[in-house]
Ligand binder design. Sequence first.
Ligand SMILES: [Zn+2]
Ligand SMILES: [Zn+2]
Length: 174
Amino acid sequence: MKKPPIIRLLVHKKIDDETIRLARKVILETFTGIKKVEHSVLPDISSAFNPLREQYNAERILDTLVLRVPPIFLALIPYDLFVPNLNFVFGVALPLRGCVISTYRLKLYASRDLYQKRLLKTIRHELGHVFGLQHCSQKCVMRFANSLYELDIKPPNFCPHCYKILLNLGVIEG
Ligand SMILES: [Zn+2]
Ligand SMILES: [Zn+2]
């Protein structure tokens, strides 16, 4: 990436201020090549609600955002997300475009400290996908997690291999 991208943070109105502050901090402190986090208005996502599942379809949300928001965006949603064939997802990403993250499950059975750790891992993981990383089987935040247990036991950092990719891309400064 020649020019370091701006990250557009799209925040649902029910997301609390502390979460917004932490998200900004995690983005800027993790992806040191990114110099600016800009707030943008979250477009209406109500068409992504699935009344039978009482969850939001994360892929539909991404479809909506891709049409309305330039790259690179991170949307924070307080509602539970799913994609077809999975009970739920913590987040979903589209490479080089953006990602959507739900805080809903991150808050379950969590102290403030645990919630913050989960949010940090999820933001790093989804933005890692946005910057082209795949799932990783090393001791790495890019490990796939489909339960709170898997999320809680995986490390908060990128493994050397994934780190190097981000470094070469310029989204992390050496
Ligand atoms: Zn993933
Ligand atoms: Zn890795």
